[in-house]
Design a protein around this ligand. Sequence first.
Ligand code: ADE
Ligand code: ZN
Length: 322
Amino acid sequence: MTSHLKKVELHCHLEGAAPPALTESQARKYGVDTTSFMRDGVYLWNDFAEFLVSYDKVSEVYRTEEDYALLTETYLEELASIGTIYSELIVSPDHGERIGLGADAYMAGVSAGILSAKEKTGIEARLIVTGERHFGPERVIKAAEYAAKSDNPLITGFNMAGEERMGRVADYARAFDVAREAGLGITIHAGEVCGAFSVADAVDLVKPARIGHGVRAIEDSELVKRLADLGTVLEVCPGSNIALKVFPDFASHPLRRLKEAGVRVTISSDDPPFFHTSLKREYELASEAFGFSDTEINEMTRTGIEAAFVDEATRKALLAKI
Ligand code: ADE
Ligand code: ZN
């Protein structure tokens, strides 16, 4: 039972959190045929590459500033209803450009959703701008420049998501320099689809405060020690990892081993309905599949706040709630 615990989420892709019922109503509104990407309220995909395609198809039914406000508010209200006090949403202004809405209108919609969820529930949220690796280094650099130039106070971090097998981290390092110079918090997807080398590349070339997933660092014990020594925080998403077959089952998932090796770990849901999960379920899994005590789970939640990309006054207020 983890329903009484306060929760924090550092790693969730906004479009990846789209509730299937909302996607269906959006699809009806725009006359979109959903049969190629959802059936009986379930998003369809078979492997990581298909997941990325399905993700883009779902995203296509969110088209206007209002659609993005509704999506954001809906997800944050769901989080607040399970005791979540803080959320970082991974968003893609570049996606806003690609769908013809425009990056500014996309971000305005998302920001409006955050403000109304905060007004209704008190949930605190920030935005991590992401570049998507499979669209190439130029687009990722453009996303970093957008985040760096923005005066939106909700944008506090930069990430890179997408197809990890495309290129090497070095090809994208410039984007992280731009984001770092602008004072944004740095996190990067690594060690999810690719192995420990990808995490080592990220650590060496990007020097991130946090890594999205990072779980395949477990394949290299020296690297695990390095992550522990550096204090790099892993945004671990166990349900996502099992759904994508990064590990065959929870018994072989390295969350506990990483924590016991001194790596700072947190738990998140990634793209919850795609992976048949939710932040509520991730907390339940921490207890039931990994056997963590409430004290250990609270430790991970506290790590999440310590590593959050927020100002110090907000961090202090959040820590006081645990
Ligand atoms: N984009 C959305 N979800 C992702 C994931 N789990 N890995 C990489 N890119 C993503
Ligand atoms: Zn992710």
